[in-house]
Design a protein around this ligand. Structure first.
Ligand code: PMP
Length: 432
């Protein structure tokens, strides 16, 4: 029997002073000391290809010179809050995001996180509709605050094990098991729409439906294209708003589209869009986009002291410019397509892989116990360790069982790096 490896001194100190639930990846947790491009280094000097971008926060590249320069120049001028005074970088970034949003007469409000963005979206929707009933998707993830945990359908990710507020969960994303398993896209969409209509017939008119175009934490699960267009017709008839949570899917990551919702709705934009994670390339930028009538339905001073602070806005502006000028959406489509192809080729040779799914630079590899088809979190954990040993960082997610490997590299990923990462995945998966 092997005894567990001793913890590093920093790991000991971490455990002594931080909450138990601040979970760390890996049996020997990494201390990342620096990064460059698509690579990071740990305190022992080991280099890793980063296929998770620090949970998608490093959207573009580590130490991107344009962002670093913008941040240090702004920090050298003033580090401040976002409220009380005019803030030029905030106005400029809001103008650019409003123009890109596709939402008519758009207003943008900046927050410091995705949780705060979704919380604000729920506040706006419930105030606008004078209803505190909200619909959310099964297996969804929208944050872990009091309100966002309530709309998180993925119970495995709920810290409390219950929903603090009342939410009704809708079918639409999880379709590979249970009663919907045998249906094709059209039949599945029809069944979900019928289910939604049935629900609405028995629910006091809700304020909104909140949904991720591709469920991130839930294991990169996707509803069929067009589902939200069909949902929106049913919702709009009753005045129910559609909130698209683009925290993982915005800014071109899905390759074919700039926003994730565009794959699902050709009949116009959502009523409210939320974003966060990558747009600051690691700095805390989140926000809400909504039509003026919705954004301005509340009467308050501000909601966030730090949301939109000048240093984070400088990062957002430099990062967004880089994404657009270098067509990183096109890169996500091309390089992501290649990566998915390579992962599927590996999957065909490994019994424990049940499915490879994804879009652009989002790829999920679902692992099962061969023969039984049961989710296999233990295999996912083993592959994550094996990939790390071979110099590749990846993530995990999924339903209650965390059996899906999640890959979401920085959007500047090169073909050579995609090949290298796919090769390591191949070896790690075949070592199972
Ligand atoms: N929405 C989605 C779709 C997310 O993936 C996350 C984070 N994983 C959040 C909201 C919450 O964002 P944050 O952690 O920045 O609060």
């Amino acid at each position: 029997m092997t005894s567990p490896r001793p913890r590093s001194p920093l790991h000991e100190r971490h455990s002594a002073v931080l909450p138990d639930w601040l979970s760390l990846y890996y049996e020997r947790p990494l201390e990342i000391t620096h990064g460059e491009g698509r690579h990071v280094w740990d305190a022992d000097g080991n280099r890793y290809l980063d296929f998770f971008g620090g949970i998608l926060t490093t959207m573009t590249a580590h130490a991107l010179p344009e962002v670093t320069k913008a941040v240090s120049e702004q920090a050298g001028r003033i580090i401040h809050s976002s409220t009380l005074y005019l803030n030029r970088p905030m106005v400029e970034l809001a103008e650019r995001i409003a123009a890109l949003s596709g939402i008519p007469d758009a207003r943008v409000f900046f927050t410091t996180s995705g949780t705060e963005a979704n919380d604000t979206a729920l506040l706006l929707a419930t105030a606008y509709r004078s209803s505190n009933q909200v619909l959310a998707m099964r297996n969804s993830y929208h944050g872990r605050s009091f309100s966002t945990v309530s709309v998180t359908g993925n119970r495995g990710w709920s810290p409390t094990g219950y929903s603090p507020l009342q939410t009704t969960y809708v079918h639409g994303a999880v379709r590979d098991r249970g009663p919907f398993a045998a249906l094709d896209d059209a039949a599945f969409t029809a069944a979900c729409v019928a289910d939604l209509k049935d629900l609405l017939g028995h629910t006091r008119t809700p304020a909104a439906l909140i949904a991720e175009p591709v469920q991130g934490v839930g294991g990169f699960t996707m509803p069929p294209d067009g589902l939200y267009a069909a949902f929106r017709e049913v919702l709009a008839e009753r005045g129910v708003l559609w909130i698209s949570d683009e925290v993982q899917t915005g800014w071109g990551r899905t390759g074919d589209h700039f926003w994730g919702w565009q794959a699902h709705a050709d009949n116009g934009p959502p009523d409210i869009v939320t974003f966060a994670k990558g747009i600051g390339n690691g700095m805390s930028v989140g926000g809400v986009i909504a039509r003026a009538e919705i954004m301005n339905c509340i009467d308050t001073n501000s909601i966030s002291t730090f949301g939109g602070s000048p240093v984070t806005m400088a990062a957002g502006l430099a990062n967004l410019s880089y994404v657009l000028e270098h067509d990183l959406q096109g890169n996500a489509r091309r390089v992501g397509g290649l990566l998915l192809e390579r992962l599927r080729a590996t999957a065909a040779r490994v019994d424990a892989v049940r499915a490879v799914r994804g879009r652009g630079l989002m790829a999920g590899v679902e692992l099962v116990r061969p023969g039984t088809g049961e989710a296999s979190p233990e295999r996912a954990a083993a592959v994550i360790e094996a990939a790390r040993e071979r110099g590749l960082l990846i993530g995990k997610g999924g339903g209650h069982d965390t059996s899906v490997l999640r890959i979401a590299p920085p959007l500047t990923l090169t073909v050579a790096e995609a090949e290298e990462g796919a090769e390591i995945m191949d070896r790690a998966l075949r070592a199972l």
